[in-house]
Structure formats: C-alpha cells, structure tokens
Design a protein around this ligand. Structure first.
Ligand SMILES: [Zn+2]
Length: 435
C-alpha cells in the first residue's frame, strides 16, 4: 500500500512532537508510507535522498474542523452575527451548489491546505462525494461527513434524503484511498435539528459504530435557546439523544458548563477549537487552557473559509497560544509545545488516525518541511517557538502524506492549480451575479 519508495530526509532540524525528545537534529528515513527511523541510521538504503540543509521538519498540521467547499464563499458575507450570516446569507447561497461545485470548492481547499502544511482535515458539508473525489486526487487524509439537519419533526426519517446521502457516502468512501479517507456521521447542531431526528442519527451512529462530528455550544445564544427549549445544554441534549458513545469531534465548545466538561471527560469527546472563526463571528473565546488542564483532547480547526477567511492552520496555532495568555493574563498558559500539539497529534487523535501526528518509528510518514531561510525566522534558538510565534504558512516548502510528496519545493504535485483557478472563478462569477 502507498509508495514503496525509501526516502531519506537529511540534515533536518526535527520537531518530533515526541514528549521525550521533542526537538533533535538528524535525518528521517521513510519506508513506503511509514517512518523507519528518526535521528541517525547506518542501515537504511534510500531510493531518493532529500537534503533539507538545516530546515525544520515536523509532523503535518491537522485541521480538525472545516467545510472545505466554503472556499467558494470566501469573503461572500462578512461582519454579521452567526445567525444572520448562516441563515440569511450562507444557507441560501449553498442551496445552489451542485456536487461538481463542491468538488471544485474542495479542490481549492485541498490546494490551500497543502500549500499551508495541512496533511489531514475533518470536513463537514453536503454533496460530499465531490469532496471525497477531490481528496482522493489531492492525496491528503480526510474525515468527511454529511451535515445532517432537520427542521420538521413529522418527516419520515427512513426516507430522509440527507440521511440516505450520509449512508451512501459511508458505504462508498469509508476507508477509501488506502484508508486515508474516513467517513464520520454528523448532526450539524442542536439548533438545526429536532430532538427526534437527533435520536435517529444517534441510533444510526450506534449501528455503524462510526465517528461523529458536531457543532456544540458555538455561541452563548445557542446555549440560552437550548436551555429554554429543552431544559438542557446542547451537550446534555446530545447526550440524552444517545450521542458520545463513539469517537466524537465537538467543534467550537466555547460555552461549556462544568457539567458539560464532566461529560466531555467521561465520554472522551475531542474538541476542535476554531479561534479565528469564533473571533470573526464574535462568538467568544473558548477557554481551551482550562479544557487542556481538565485533560480534554483539544485540537484546532479553521472552520470554513467563509468565516475565517482562509484555511491557514499556522494562524490558528498562533492565536490559540496568544489568546489564552492574553485572556488569562498568564504568559505560561498554552506553551508553544501545547499549541503545536493541538495542531498536530491532538488533531490526529480527534480524527481517529492511528499512529499519526508524531515523527516516530512505525508512525505515518505525514510531515512538512519549513524553509527557515527567511528574515522572520532569523535567528531562532528554539524550533518550536519559531513555528508557533514566527513562522508563516508561506514558509512551508514541501508536504508529504503517507510517504508521497504532495508539494515539493512549493510545487503542487497532485493538483492542477490553473484548472482549479479557472473552474472556481466560473462558480464565483455565478454567485457574484446575485449578491
Ligand atoms: Zn463549522
């Protein structure tokens, strides 16, 4: 499976993300799609050698919450509340998207993510076979889910077209692309679903024993409305409907009560925090320092490009560290290492990718090379600080997933970027005509 080529990456400043030995100088040997050694080896016979001349090599970044086709709606509607933005602007525009539009939107997202060092992402949207096709061609890893919504309690759930799409997606693409694609189930949020429908989704999850991707407690208003309607927080409502018995990614989680936090801990729920999106939509600042101290696995996401407005994980890692320090008036809150963990290995755990996010023997050969020959990286004394506090997405020089370069020396290997620009511009022209 994967490439059978042995690759030797030489003369690297390696951020392993391994707690015992987080930074070291040396080489990395890659056999097929896994890491053979990190450091030095005399017995490794490479088919190709890449001398990185002291540049930083680190695990690929993992975007734990996004909606990749929303690249098509970048800068389409801004400076609005989540509710006005979503219901008045985004949902009506999305009604017009075809599966082929979704394919090109995701392709643009894959390009942007690879170019900024993201090797895996968790994607929630619709017409997801378009996304799955784009991911297969791009070579990244992705967890993909159909965002399920239902405003009508009287609907015949067995015939529900959205659920049928989710199940078709699961049977067609789960474990596709040599296992690089995982299909999760999703309930969009408590405010876009009825209780009856949430129970129906939870039963389906139970049957498939698959992962789940949800939006939970993104805004204060979501909590207030939910408590008014159900006498439960969104977390309690999801739990009462039968969620959280399988791997769960809870996007946002800005407003968790102490009881919610207990549920997150007991059920091992993974948080995908989205600092930029939460700031831009004025949703608030998630207390992720507190969540980390409680032992909850916190990963990071960009959310969609319509609420960010890019898919740059370097910004999320940077903001995640800075916001907690500022809000808590404590510079030791969320260290560079913790911030980078959120962007790498914590993301791999949230997505359920086995042996990924740490550069270690036997683990996935998903890594990125950072060109440090830049004024803003000159000098640096600690590679981890350089990445979290100084590096820019454009410093990513090469990206490898499962032993294959998807970008090398900033050249995209799997994506025809001119074609993506041409096709997405055509779709954007259509949207522009009815703004
Ligand atoms: Zn979202």
């Amino acid at each position: 499976m994967g490439s059978a080529i042995n690759t030797l990456i030489q003369n690297a400043q390696i951020i392993t993300m391994d707690e015992k030995n987080p930074i070291l100088k040396g080489d990395i040997g890659i056999k097929g799609n896994v890491i053979e050694f990190v450091g030095k080896s005399n017995s490794f016979t490479p088919d190709r050698v890449k001398n990185v001349n002291g540049n930083i090599v680190m695990p690929g970044l993992i975007n734990a919450h996004t909606h990749s086709p929303m690249t098509l709606l970048r800068c389409y509607a801004d400076d609005l509340s989540l509710r006005d933005w979503l219901f008045d602007k985004i949902f009506p525009a999305e009604e017009t998207l075809t599966e082929q539009d979704v394919y090109w939107g995701s392709m643009l997202g894959c390009w942007e993510m690879i170019a900024s060092g993201t090797t895996a992402f968790a994607d929630m949207y619709f017409s997801n076979s378009g996304t799955a096709r784009a991911v297969m061609e791009s070579g990244q890893r992705a967890n993909i889910c159909r965002a399920l919504q239902c405003f009508d309690d009287c609907a015949d759930f067995e015939k529900d077209s959205r659920m049928r799409q989710a199940l078709d997606l699961y049977s067609e693409f789960n474990n596709a692309a040599q296992g690089k694609i995982i299909i999760d189930m999703s309930a969009h949020a408590v405010y876009t679903n009825t209780k009856k429908y949430l129970k129906f989704i939870a039963q389906t999850v139970e049957k498939l024993n698959c992962g789940v991707h949800l939006h939970i407690s993104e805004t204060r208003g979501e909590n207030v409305d939910c408590v008014k309607k159900y006498k439960m927080t969104p977390t309690e409502l999801f739990e009462s409907c039968g969620f959280f018995n399988t791997r769960t990614i809870a996007a946002h989680s800005v407003y968790l009560t102490d009881d919610d936090i207990s549920i997150y801990k007991n059920k091992k729920i993974h948080i995908a925090s989205n600092p930029t999106s939460n700031l831009k939509l004025a949703s608030g600042i998630a207390p992720i320092g507190k969540y980390l101290n409680e032992g909850i696995n916190v990963a990071l996401g960009t959310d969609g490009a319509a609420s960010n407005n890019n898919l740059n994980m370097f910004e999320e890692i940077h903001l995640a560290a800075l916001l907690q320090k500022g809000v808590n008036e404590n510079p030791t809150e969320v260290s560079a290492f913790e911030a980078l963990k959120m962007g790498t290995v914590n993301g791999a755990n949230a997505l359920g990718i086995k042996n990924c996010g740490i550069l270690r023997r036997g683990w996935c050969a998903d890594l990125i090379i950072i060109d440090t020959d830049k004024p803003h990286l000159t000098p640096y004394y600690n590679a981890m600080s350089a990445i979290v506090y100084s590096a820019q997405a454009a410093d990513v020089d090469s990206v490898m997933v499962a032993g294959e370069f998807l970008m090398e020396n900033r050249e995209l290997k799997t994506i025809d970027t001119e074609r993506v620009k041409f096709e997405t511009k055509k779709i954007a022209d259509r949207f522009a005509s009815f703004i």
